[in-house]
Design a protein around this ligand. Structure first.
Ligand SMILES: [Zn+2]
Length: 326
């Protein structure tokens, strides 16, 4: 058992690798929800506990099943993003093969990677319809947004209609994310950046997204549970400009030994003008290369990207560019 704390929620819980599983033995889709792939992002753990408690208390009818899986169990216990390596950069087929085959000692995150990928294989053996949500949060203040990979038609259908903004194409800047690995494996899903790491609202957003994902995946009948309309209200209340799609066009990669300091006050999806001061690198100013939106400005010690840059795109580009890799 691992102790996990949420400071602003003033809550402590004790979790294992499987946070919970809910099924009534009726055939149907399998929704996997991952929480805490980054150990300083505990919101998904608490959201999942709320969901399992409510599902069980009201004996809500479900087709298929919901499984909650802990990400970086060890880092979650200490509230750090990671120990040796960022776990959301390790989900690469060759790396997974290596950690499964090696007889030598694995580092902390390699060990977690081995356990999780083997567990998911076991949990989904024989399943034909697997969906997933990977719960994350950001160091900056943020309205919640979905991050999804380009070209996965069924994942796009899963996301469509959810009352939050969606960003596509982050996989062009970051390799080894859990979401891309499981998209390539034929699972339908996305990463959900639910708000600031420590904010209480982030837990509520995370919970709302899991309820709506249960509907979209086809596990729950929306008529049956009153939690659904509340979930839609919670997520929709965050949207400032209306529901939009954005495409990632570049990122600022921080080099080894580089001292990077973001200017204070940026929030996710904030409009940025070309030439605007964004940060300092080794004391020198870093200006915006273009106009657009800033994404995930770095306000924590651990992290390899200072920020990402995105632009709004029209939804029809998503449909035209679809490529299904299974
Ligand atoms: Zn994260």
């Amino acid at each position: 058992m691992q102790q996990v704390k949420h400071r602003n929620l003033e809550a402590t819980t004790y979790i294992d690798r499987i946070i919970g599983q809910y099924t009534q033995g009726i055939a149907g889709p399998h929704l996997l929800v991952f929480a805490g792939i980054h150990g300083n992002e505990p919101s998904g753990v608490f959201a999942l506990e709320n969901i399992f408690r409510k599902l069980t208390k009201d004996a809500i009818p479900i087709s298929g099943k919901l499984t909650g899986i802990t990400g970086n169990l060890k880092a979650l216990g200490s509230g750090v993003r990671y120990y040796d390596e960022d776990m959301n950069r390790l989900f690469l087929p060759e790396r997974i093969e290596k950690v499964r085959q090696t007889k030598s000692t694995l580092n902390t995150e390699e060990n977690e990677l081995k356990i999780i990928t083997e567990l998911v294989d076991k949990l989904t053996a024989g399943d034909t319809d697997v969906f997933f949500v990977d719960c994350h949060s950001t160091s900056a203040e943020s309205e919640p947004f979905i991050s999804m990979n380009t070209g996965y038609t069924d994942s796009y259908a899963f996301v469509r209609g959810l009352p939050v903004n969606a960003v596509i194409g982050i996989e062009r800047e970051i390799k080894g994310c859990l979401s891309e690995y499981y998209n390539q494996r034929g699972f339908h899903g996305f990463t959900f950046e639910a708000g600031q790491h420590e904010a209480v609202d982030t837990v509520h957003n995370q919970e709302a997204m899991i309820w709506l994902s249960l509907i979209k995946a086809g596990c729950l009948d929306p008529q049956i549970t009153a939690h659904i309309s509340h979930a839609e209200e919670v997520l929709a209340s965050n949207i400032i400009e209306g529901f939009k799609f954005f495409s990632v066009i570049s990122s600022y990669a921080i080099k080894e030994e580089e001292h990077f300091r973001m200017e204070p006050g940026f929030v996710n999806l904030q409009p940025i003008e070309k030439g605007q001061l964004l940060a300092y690198s080794n004391g020198n100013p870093v200006y915006a290369p273009d106009s657009g939106r800033i994404l995930m400005p770095l306000y924590q010690k651990q992290g390899n990207h200072g920020y990402f840059f995105a632009r709004e795109i029209h939804e029809h580009h998503l449909i035209q560019n679809k490529v299904v890799l299974k």
